[in-house]
Design a protein around this ligand. Structure first.
Ligand code: ZN
Ligand code: ZN
Length: 187
């Protein structure tokens, strides 16, 4: 049995006006065996936008074992505390309760078919979640905000680094890429 993956919330970046800007994180749930993983529990209009679809799959927030941060911008981390039993993963460490364990995320395995790779690009701290599903390989990543790019990422420390990240991900020949602020797309 490969892993199963569900997009709980499709992210977006709205236009800016006097009151600010609407930003939503793409939030993903991945399950395999005992592992119940949430990727990027960031900005959503209401926490029900994460919890309702999760409960719809028969999963309570207390059952989540792992939370992955694609990087440390607040739009992908704000709702991390919804999952009280989880370990929290970023590029350099695993956190749980008051425990901080340094561990390079490259190759970190969360389940047989769920692992993390370092993909510095959008920031120097970016990681991508690589999931083998029955429908092929799926990569959750902020190397793209949405299907169209942006071609140049204004946050990227260098566009060359971003290009390398995208090439590495495409080199895995994923069936689907799930970007930080948009719907899944076939590359
Ligand atoms: Zn970001
Ligand atoms: Zn973002």
């Amino acid at each position: 049995m490969t892993a199963e993956l569900h997009v709980l919330h499709t992210g977006y970046v709205g236009a800016e006006d006097e009151s600010g800007m609407r930003v939503g994180s793409t939030v993903v749930y991945v399950a395999q065996g005992d592992a119940h993983v949430i990727v990027d529990p960031g900005l959503v209009a209401s926490t029900s936008a994460i919890l309702d679809p999760l409960r719809g799959l028969g999963v309570d927030p207390e059952q989540i074992t792992d939370v992955v941060f694609s990087h440390q911008h607040i739009d992908h981390t704000l709702n991390a505390a919804l999952f009280p039993a989880a370990r929290y993963h970023d590029f350099a460490a695993v956190y749980q309760g008051d425990l901080w364990r340094d561990d390079d995320a490259e190759g970190r395995r969360l389940a047989d078919d769920v692992s993390l790779i370092r993909t510095p690009g959008h920031t120097n701290e970016d990681i991508s979640t690589v999931v083998r599903t029955a429908d092929g390989l799926v990569v959750c990543t902020h190397a793209w905000w949405f299907e169209g790019g942006p071609e140049e990422d204004p946050y990227a420390p260098s566009q060359d680094l971003l290009r390398e990240a995208r090439e590495r991900i495409l080199g895995l020949e994923p069936t689907l890429v799930i970007p930080g602020h948009g719907a899944a797309f076939a590359p």
